[in-house]
Design a binder for this molecule. Structure first.
Ligand code: MCA
Ligand code: AMP
Length: 504
């Protein structure tokens, strides 16, 4: 029996062969049989190119029907899908493609030349392009479609074979590729189906990017694994979201989605009345947002918690007490524990390090066995989040044991920005911190020490050249010295307090 997660998806595609499962407003509509057939055609064409099971396929493309078909084609061919944020710069992409040793990379035509130059390091690398509805990927697909030649094969995979690699940054060192297996994906979809009573009757309003766990493995997979239709928007745009909401039943979003909806007076009980479930995650949902949302719509947002490495671990209940400020009990099949500084499990209610265990936990970091070993204790994965567990089993995330900023649901590791800043002439040292931001939850402040007065505009352009736009600090400050404790460690908490009102 194969554990290729595509086989489970395919059962639903076939079961709903005539039903429209993917609707792109003002774009294509694909039935279950379209998704099955078109992914078979593309998988066949990619295998003709030489793609084999286990090969990495990286993709930096815009959201659309082809993105979904490509993802399914990669799964069914047994290759490993590596989605990349479309905002990443060429230098960021270079690292991911070379580290993962991609066999095939798909990107817009203006980025192709740069990726092709990486062939000096990865001789087998092939590059295809996709720009809206054109490019060499579309040519390949159209030619295969016309020839009528397609491979119906779903390449057999074992439970612990890789389905995907998703890069996540870290407090130290370079980004790490989280190896996600076919059984991880199946476990996640199954536990969420049970917890949220997701079914083929649900219509998913999909406004998240398709290059993170949230949009790909929580949202898209849940709909596909249940044969449920979805309305896919290119991005979160309140006008578009409100126009399709009356046809949808479930939406998943980051807290910024909900604060932006609340800022729109058209969003009310009536416009949200057809929805059965609003889900939030990827970043803390403020109690105030949760309460305002309840007052406006009569519905309580269901907050859940997860990580790239684990998929979803906790969720507030569908029925029962959805507690603002808590991420709820562990999902079915997930164990959690809270560990104190001495390494022992803490009594209920005390703050400690959150560790999780279950079928949903990833296999490890790509080519980093030592890093993997250091983040596990046996089967327990150390999340790096600080949390409490209530007497009745609800987890609350109270902070992070990792130097991480989450802005609009996107993770930003200060070290990555500090490395760029510290490389610039005249910069003695830097500290990057996250402070409250009304739209993104957290906004980025760069605090610098210079040999003389620093040219902040030049520093900003240096960041823009190397880093995706969402990582570029929005406030710049120069100090004589950074605050340090007696051990010499920079006291970022003091900086966070000093610049707390930067964006208010
Ligand atoms: C865009 N910009 C941002 C962000 N997004 N700045 C800070 N934080 C952000 N998140 C900047 C761009 O660099 C640009 O500035 C300007 O905003 C406009 O860009 P645009 O793309 O038009 O922005 P937007 O459409 O307003 O996007 C905001 C957004 C989006 C809708 C909140 O970032 C989003 O969809 N976030 C969701 C991310 C997500 O899926 N996270 C899940 C990770 P400039 O031009 O100056 O550069 S997975 C995860 O965390 C785990 C598993 C979990 O638990 O889910
Ligand atoms: P990522 O590495 O992108 O998978 O982000 C995972 C991190 O996002 C977690 O380790 C948490 O710090 C944070 N996170 C995700 N969901 C929540 C939530 N509901 N509340 C607080 N933090 C969250």
């Amino acid at each position: 029996m194969t554990h290729n997660v595509f086989a489970a998806i395919q059962t639903n595609l076939k079961h709903h062969a005539e039903r429209t499962l993917l609707t792109i407003p003002n774009g294509r509509q694909l039935t279950g049989s379209d998704l099955d057939r078109e992914s078979a055609i593309l998988a066949g064409a990619l295998m003709e190119l030489g793609l084999e099971a286990g090969d990495r396929v990286s993709a930096q493309i815009e959201k659309g029907w082809m993105n979904v078909v490509l993802y399914l084609a990669v799964l069914r061919s047994g290759a490993v899908y590596l989605p990349l944020n479309s905002a990443y710069t060429n230098s960021e992409i270079e690292y991911f493609v070379t580290d993962a040793e991609s066999k095939l990379h798909i990107c817009s035509s203006d980025r192709a030349e740069h990726v092709e130059s990486l062939r000096s390091q990865i001789p087998e690398l092939q590059v295809l392009t996709l720009d809206d509805e054109s490019g060499t990927l579309i040519d390949l697909f159209d030619a295969a479609k016309t020839s009528g030649h397609m491979s119906d094969e779903v390449v057999s995979r074992a439970a612990h074979d890789l389905a995907s690699i998703i890069y996540t940054s870290g407090t130290t060192g370079k980004p790490k590729g989280a190896m996600i297996t076919h059984s991880n994906l199946a476990a996640n979809a199954n536990m969420l189906t049970e917890a949220w009573a997701y079914s083929s009757d649900d219509v998913l309003l999909h406004a998240l990017p398709l290059f993170h766990v949230h949009g790909l493995f929580v949202a898209l997979n849940l709909a596909l694994m249940n044969g449920g239709p979805m309305i896919m928007l290119p991005k979160f745009d309140p006008d578009l979201v409100l126009s399709v909401m009356p046809s949808a039943t479930v939406m998943m979003g980051v807290p910024t989605f909900y604060t932006r909806l609340l800022a729109d007076s058209r969003f009310d009980r009536q416009s949200s009345g057809h929805m059965r479930l609003f889900i939030s995650g990827s970043a803390p949902l403020l109690v105030e947002t949760s309460d305002d949302f309840f007052d406006r719509t009569g519905q309580r947002i269901l907050e859940r918690y997860g990580m790239t490495e684990t998929g979803m671990s906790c969720s507030n209940p569908l029925h029962g007490d959805r507690r603002a400020g808590s991420v709820g009990p562990p999902l079915p099949g997930v164990d959690v524990r809270i560990i104190g500084e001495d390494g022992d499990e803490l009594p209920r209610g005390e703050i400690g390090a959150l560790e999780v265990k279950g079928e949903h936990v990833f296999k490890g970091y790509w080519k980093l066995p030592e890093k993997t070993a250091s983040e596990f204790k046996g089967d327990w994965f150390i999340t790096g989040d600080m949390a409490t567990l209530s007497e009745d089993g609800y987890v609350s995330i109270v902070g992070r044991d990792k130097d991480l900023i989450i802005s609009g649901g996107l993770n930003i590791y200060p070290k990555e920005i500090e490395d760029v800043l510290n490389d610039q002439g005249g910069v003695v040292e830097s500290a990057v911190v996250g402070v409250p931001h009304p739209d993104f939850g957290e906004g980025i402040v760069a605090v610098l020490v210079g040999e003389q007065e620093l040219d902040m505009a030049a520093l900003e352009s240096a960041c823009r050249e190397k880093l995706a736009g969402f990582k570029v600090p929005r406030r710049w400050v120069q100090l004589q010295a950074l605050p340090r404790n007696t051990m010499g460690k920079v006291q970022k908490n003091l900086l966070r307090d000093d610049y707390a009102n930067s964006f208010s």
